[in-house]
Design a protein around this ligand. Structure first.
Ligand code: HEC
Length: 179
């Protein structure tokens, strides 16, 4: 082993040896991947006294103490940390929230399909000519069908709305609805 590697290991080990003899709280697993809308559980061990739990980003993950476990619910894609604290120490787990939709077929392509709309309707449908957010999202499949058939005067969307199957419109509307 090289001198540098040896020194690194020694430093690592030093940092990992608890200063006090008291048990430290741990949370496992220390990294977790959870889908949007999905709930997974982290186990808490070695806690001393009352335990509290905190999410570093409440817009990404919801956390709830459930006995000697933490229930973590994915809210929005990204990463966040769960901090578990007891009387003497704290432990952290890193959580990655994955786009649940990315795993499956038509729904997975919703994101890609919807990105075709952003140049005119703003990122995630948030602006542009006409925002396609909120209630407007629910109307997308119907409106797109109307526009595909509509009279001239709606030329941009007429052309655009003819290029999608019903399944694709549903997938992209579902995606936008979650933004
Ligand atoms: C090249 C620009 C452009 C692109 C790309 C585009 N749109 Fe549009 N869209 C428009 C314009 C302009 C209007 C307003 C048309 C009107 O009302 O006369 C519109 C209107 C709409 C409306 C009707 C809104 C309402 O409340 O009446 C919906 C729904 C819509 N677009 C959905 C989409 C979706 C979904 C996509 C992506 C698949 C998309 N658009 C891509 C330009 C665009």
């Amino acid at each position: 082993m090289g001198a540098l590697a040896g020194a690194l290991l020694a430093a690592l080990a030093a940092g990992m040896i608890p200063q006090e003899a008291q048990a430290r709280v741990t949370v496992s697993p220390s990294t977790l991947s959870v889908g949007m809308g999905e709930t997974k559980t982290l186990a808490i061990q070695g806690a001393t006294g009352a335990v509290s739990v905190k999410s570093s980003d409440a817009s990404k993950i919801g956390v709830r103490l459930a006995g000697s476990a933490v229930e973590v619910t994915g809210l929005q894609a990204g990463t966040a940390k769960v901090t578990v604290k007891d009387k003497v120490s704290s432990a952290i787990a890193s959580v990655t929230v994955t786009q649940a939709a990315a795993s499956g077929g038509a729904a997975g392509s919703g994101r890609l399909l919807a990105s075709n709309c952003y140049q005119c309707h703003g990122t995630n449908g948030s602006g542009g000519f006409k925002p396609i957010r909120g209630e407007a999202v629910l109307e997308i499949p119907k409106k797109m069908r109307e526009m595909a058939l509509s009279a001239p005067g709606n030329d941009i969307m007429k052309a655009h709305s003819q290029g999608y199957t019903d399944e694709q419109l549903k997938a992209l509307a579902d995606w936008l609805a979650k933004q």
